[in-house]
Design a protein around this ligand. Structure first.
Ligand code: ATP
Length: 451
């Protein structure tokens, strides 16, 4: 064993300390690196993944060189090699330092969605590494970063993680996270006001930032003026080397009615997908949630959930929450019998999603960032009234449940209240209220992703 191999752990730890790498960066980039050869004063380092050799070489060549020199007292050149090129001795480009943005503003982020709480599995390994690379060097390497995957698989969680990471490193950075729904609604509002000031304000908000994260971009596709405005926003930010991160339910090539000029822009940077988690990842996610929420649950119960809920992590977490809520309410022990009882509506034998008022209420509440009990409660402020009417409307549209029973699920309201709520939404739709209609489209898709 040569001195570099002998001191490899110390070298990596020195890079970590001197460059203040977080544990997640250290684990993702440095720990997987191993010494391949040391010859002619060159250390060749084996990088396990092809996708990130450019990033690793750009980011870590110099720090590794310095750490090696400090620890061994001797200067070495650094080269990188991939497993498939081991015999061909292919090397990568030298390093450059990174440089983050400046001035202030905090985005609207969920504090729980960070890299630390994100479980990495084979389904999201690439998307996670791509997100971390962008978080570490916004605007520099992969621009835009386009994340895609099915409903509830962690796209939003990753986007928020990137935003938190950037803001933690540089609190002055202007980071803005919005759903495409918010972008569309603000644009509709600005156009509706019909004066230049509101449009100028809208443009200032979206173009005068360092990092724009736009979630669920599929919902702006086909909306002409939103697409047009987004195109110009994209160009302005990209041209100024500002980072853009986009999420969608499918890759740009499969977005049928996407304009070609936007499609090609979406494909400029890096496209990374998230697929459904395998059993081990589902177990790890449930374990993580158990740890974060301070639960102590029987392994059998966790395994039961992981075995039966396969394609949506939101549902996976929802199942655990439901069991815990039920156990608390009924003061019952959390065991497999309880899990089977509580989850019987979710876990149907043919795995078809059963659309119930409870499911609709949960999804509407989450969408509007309020609790399900707010929806069925008696509060009458603007934050809950519209979501409640929307929940009533969707329950009637998407289930065969009677008005009376919908009323029961929504805090024992009588059937005329439900009818009135539905009529309010219908009359908005008749007035071509685009905001409500796009919100309903999004919610229907969340409730019934297969449709
Ligand atoms: N790998 C993961 N580790 C831990 N939690 C995860 C992971 N992936 C998803 N989750 C959790 O699952 C839930 C749903 O994830 P998220 O909202 O990010 O999905 P999404 O892909 O954006 O869904 P949608 O298509 O509906 O917008 C969140 O509570 C999130 O924290």
């Amino acid at each position: 064993m040569n001195i570099i191999e002998e001191k490899w752990t110390e070298i990596l730890n020195t890079v970590k300390e001197e460059h203040e790498l977080t544990d997640v960066s250290f684990k993702t980039w440095l720990l997987p690196l191993t010494v391949h050869t040391v010859e002619n004063d060159t250390v060749t380092i084996l990088v396990p993944s092809e996708q990130f050799i450019t990033y690793i070489s750009k980011k870590f060549t110099l720090p590794l060189k310095v750490a090696i020199s400090e620890i061994t007292g001797h200067d070495y050149e650094i080269a990188f090699i991939l497993p498939e090129d081991v015999k061909q001795d292919k090397t990568a480009a030298p390093a450059a330092s990174s440089n983050l943005g400046n001035t202030a503003e905090k985005a609207n982020l969920n504090p729980k969605y960070t890299f630390d709480t994100f479980v990495v599995g084979s389904n999201n390994k690439f998307a996670h590494a791509a997100s971390l690379a962008v978080a570490e060097s916004p605007g520099e390497i992969y621009n835009p970063l386009f994340l895609y995957g099915g409903v509830g698989l962690g796209k939003t969680h990753l986007m928020h993680s990137i935003a938190h990471f950037i803001l933690e490193r540089d609190p002055r950075s202007k980071v803005l996270y919005v759903t495409s729904e918010v972008f569309t609604n603000e644009l509709i509002e600005a156009i509706r006001n019909g004066n230049n000031t509101t449009m100028t304000k809208f443009r200032e908000k979206y173009r005068n930032i360092d990092v724009l994260l736009i979630d669920d971009v599929q919902f702006i596709i086909g909306k002409e003026s939103t697409q047009e405005e987004f195109f110009h926003t994209f160009n302005a930010l990209h041209g100024a080397k500002k980072q853009i991160i986009i999420s969608s339910d499918k890759p740009p090539k499969d977005m049928e009615i996407l304009e070609d000029r936007l499609r090609s822009r979406f494909e400029w940077g890096l496209i990374a997908d998230i697929s459904s988690p395998d059993y081990e990842t589902r177990m790890a996610i449930l374990r993580k949630k158990e740890e974060l929420d301070g639960y102590d649950i029987d392994k059998e119960v966790i395994e039961y959930i992981a075995r039966n809920i396969k394609s949506n992590i939101r549902e996976l977490e929802g199942a655990l929450n439901k069991i815990m809520a039920y156990a608390n309410l009924e003061k019952r022990e959390v065991n497999i019998e309880l899990a089977e009882k509580v989850l019987k509506d979710i876990i149907s034998p043919n795995e078809k999603r059963v659309i119930t008022p409870e499911l609709i209420i949960d999804i509407v509440a989450e969408h509007f960032d309020i609790s399900a009990s707010d929806l069925s409660g008696t509060k009458r402020n603007s934050k809950v009234v519209l979501p409640r009417q929307i929940a009533m409307y969707l329950c009637r549209e998407m289930t065969n449940v009677t008005l009376k029973n919908i009323g029961k699920c929504l805090g024992n309201r009588d059937h005329t209240t439900i009818m009135n709520g539905c009529s309010k939404i219908e009359s908005e739709l008749n007035k071509n209220n685009e905001t409500i209609s796009s919100t309903l489209d999004i919610l229907k898709k969340k409730i019934n992703p297969g449709k």
